[in-house]
Design a protein around this ligand. Structure first.
Ligand code: GDP
Ligand code: MG
Length: 308
């Protein structure tokens, strides 16, 4: 039997719905989501296999230009996903104006330069007020030669997963499966713990704290069908500690409870979760400290290549 298999990078500006799309088409939570920008920090690999094809998705942090160390790390994760991809999905949120901003244009140029096959996915089309508005937008984008195809989607209304996979399948190369048929993600359970706690911080806390916190999972042990977890939230300013703990410990308690419930549903076991908070001055501006907290920039010259 001839099979198809390939890597599909999901890229786009922060908050366009990359992680939501991935979770929706997999029917599983593999990537956390929130209404705030830059929730996703690492490149996440997740796989869907049907009878004939294997789709290997690479979710990535949002692309945007900045010289801050941490944002450089996130752009390099996105470029890394593009480098590995057989097909790139460039996601763009629906808006009436059919224009790309400078980072999107740079990415499109980069895709052309690397001769990558790409699809423009217009997300959140439930926000369009009329079908005509959407049609107009699509007809303008259709003139751009860089894309193989344009697909409008909304994950909140009538999203047709099978149709979506059928379209992607056209662009996958003939290749044996790379992963076992039941393989879901390259990230382990400890990674999910860290991400689910971060997700609650993004959902419950305002201002800069979510962007300046990291999570370390110190203990993850299963004893008799129950998982015992100790985690540390690392913040970069002293004052952030008090805000995370909240009056009478209420905020931290809520983070812990909601994270535990979500983890129990993902891990399908009972969970005991203990969270401590640690202050580590400006950890997110220091490459060594970032590494200690698990953000390891692969220094493959990708950033230099992109900005050339
Ligand atoms: N209205 C609407 N909102 C969506 C849709 N898809 C995602 N969102 C929301 O957009 C926000 C950002 O989503 P996320 O997947 O985290 O974006 P990412 O940063 O690109 O990974 C979240 O609040 C999602 O619930 C959609 O199809 N329609
Ligand atoms: Mg994301």
């Amino acid at each position: 039997m001839i099979t198809k298999a390939g890597y599909i990078a999901i890229i786009g500006r922060p908050n366009v719905g990359k992680s939501t799309l991935l979770n929706t088409i997999l029917n599983e939570t593999v990537s956390i989501t929130s209404p705030k920008e830059q929730t996703t920090r690492d490149k996440i690999l997740a796989v869907f296999t049907n009878e004939t094809s294997q789709f290997i998705f690479l979710d990535s942090p949002g692309i945007h230009l900045s010289t801050k160390e941490f944002n450089k790390f996130m752009l390099s994760e996105a470029l890394d996903a593009i480098k590995e991809a057989d097909l790139v999905l460039l996601l763009k949120e629906y808006s009436k104006e059919a224009t790309f901003d400078s980072i999107e244009n740079q990415i499109i140029e980069y895709l052309d330069k690397k001769s990558k096959k790409s699809i423009l996915v217009i997300t959140k089309t439930d926000k369009a007020t009329s079908f005509n508005d959407l049609k107009n937008l699509l007809s303008i984008f259709q003139k751009i030669k860089s894309f193989q195809q344009i697909i409008p989607i909304s994950t909140t209304t009538r999203f047709n997963k099978n149709l979506f996979y059928k379209e992607l399948e056209k662009y996958l190369p003939e290749h044996p499966f790379y992963f076992p048929e039941d393989f879901l993600t390259d990230k382990n359970e400890r990674f999910m713990v860290k991400e689910v706690i971060r997700e609650q911080i993004f959902l419950l806390i305002h201002q800069e704290i979510p962007h300046e916190s990291g999570v370390i999972v110190e203990k993850f042990t299963t004893i008799k069908e129950k998982i015992f977890i100790n985690a540390i939230i690392v913040v970069s300013k002293e004052s952030q500690k008090g805000i995370l703990i909240g009056r009478g410990g209420q905020t931290l308690k809520k983070i812990g409870m909601q994270a535990r419930l979500k983890l129990e549903s993902i891990l399908k076991k009972r969970v005991e979760l203990n969270i401590l908070i640690r202050f580590e001055l400006n950890w997110n501006k220091n490459i060594d400290k970032m590494r200690q907290i698990g953000y390891n920039q692969s220094d493959s010259g990708l950033l230099e290549d992109f900005f050339k």
